[in-house]
Design a protein around this ligand. Structure first.
Ligand code: 13P
Length: 341
């Protein structure tokens, strides 16, 4: 298959109305942080057990079209010896891989950060492809303060995302481009809107300069929200209006799908906000869907609590959350559904 056919086949499987992506690509320190409150120790074996529970959830492919994996998981197997990437493929879910190597402070730009991992990326992708991965994810992070992100921070981060995306496409991987404007701080919704607009504008300018084919990528942005410490919080309708306004100004119609991150929102907030966007704006040029980590996994972790006997309850929690988000992709979620079993 030539590269464009390969990219086309992958994007067609990833982008399906009513389905989204599960981010299960927590790094070792992050998964340790997620396991701690439920009293589970993070070892190679507990991580394997947890992630094989997620991926073998019966019928989860009804609402999940792709899963982002951490490198370690790509080499792991389910209890019956099946590779976890194969467990996903059998559920008609595309396996993907987080390829960035985390962030460091950006030199000469106090308060801004930059993500590492471009060196040797093409070679790593070839190995991951042999292990079954077909798309990739790279995250850049922008904290909001009176001075951040700086012009330098916005441009340098956009350049990284575009270089990563171009390498991915050359290797036949669909890139998920993730610029995350953080929810931390007391900034207003208007300030978040201004920052997100500048960030996305720079990202698409860089993607154009690096000749990234927009039809074969997924954008994974944060929603436009007031900071967590801002005195007044926004309704789902306000978040939807502000987020769609920015996306319309900055994201070309050639991009097939925008899959939001949850970024510290509660599972219900993340679902309600996505639902409001699809209910209020049914005629947008892109699919609006989810690529949640915490907002999908939080109820699952609580139900599992590190115990094998809780596996069915944990899988039920994942199926339920994925289903509600699937409904939100159609604007058909209602808060009352939270009470149904
Ligand atoms: P959250 O939905 O928990 O923000 O995770 C998504 C993700 O992949 C972050 O890189």
């Amino acid at each position: 298959m030539d590269i464009e056919d390969e990219l086309q086949a992958t994007i067609a499987e990833m982008v399906q109305p009513g389905k989204g992506i599960l981010a299960a690509d927590e790094s070792l320190p992050t998964i340790t942080k997620r396991f701690k409150p439920i009293g589970a120790e993070s070892t190679e074996e507990t991580r394997r057990a947890y992630r094989s529970l997620l991926f073998s959830t019966p019928k989860i492919g009804e609402f999940i079209s792709g899963v982002i994996l951490f490198e370690e998981t790509l080499g792991q197997r389910a209890d019956d010896g099946t590779l976890l990437s194969e467990v996903l493929s059998r559920q008609h879910i595309v396996p993907g891989i987080k390829v960035d190597k985390g962030k460091i402070p950006l030199a000469r730009a106090p308060g801004d950060e930059i993500t590492q991992g471009l060196d040797g990326l093409a070679e790593r992708l070839r190995v991951y492809k042999g292990q079954g991965a077909r798309f990739a994810k790279w995250r850049e992070v922008y904290a909001i303060s009176a001075r951040n992100p700086s012009r330098l921070g916005i441009d340098a981060n956009a350049e990284m995302l575009a270089r990563y995306a171009a390498v991915c496409q050359e290797e036949g991987f669909v890139p998920i481009v993730e610029p995350e404007v953080l929810i931390d701080g007391d900034h207003s919704l208007e300030r978040c809107l201004e920052v997100t607009e500048a960030v996305l504008h720079a990202v698409f300018h860089a993607l154009y300069r690096h000749r990234v084919i927009l039809e074969y990528m997924v954008l994974k942005p944060s929603m436009v929200l007031p900071g967590k410490l801002h005195p007044s919080q926004a309704t789902p309708e306000q978040v939807a209006a502000a987020t769609v306004k920015v996306l319309r100004r900055t994201v070309p119609a050639a991009v097939p799908s925008i899959n939001f991150l949850s970024g510290g929102l509660s599972p219900m907030e993340a679902t309600a906000n996505l639902n409001a966007m699809n209910a209020l704006f049914p005629r947008l040029p892109w699919e609006l869907s989810f690529s949640y980590g915490r907002a999908l996994q939080q109820p699952v972790l609580q139900a599992w609590a590190g115990r094998v006997e809780n596996r069915p309850a944990a899988q039920q929690a994942l199926y339920r959350r994925a289903r509600l988000n699937g409904l939100a992709c159609h604007g058909k979620y209602r808060p009352e559904m939270e009470k149904e079993t």
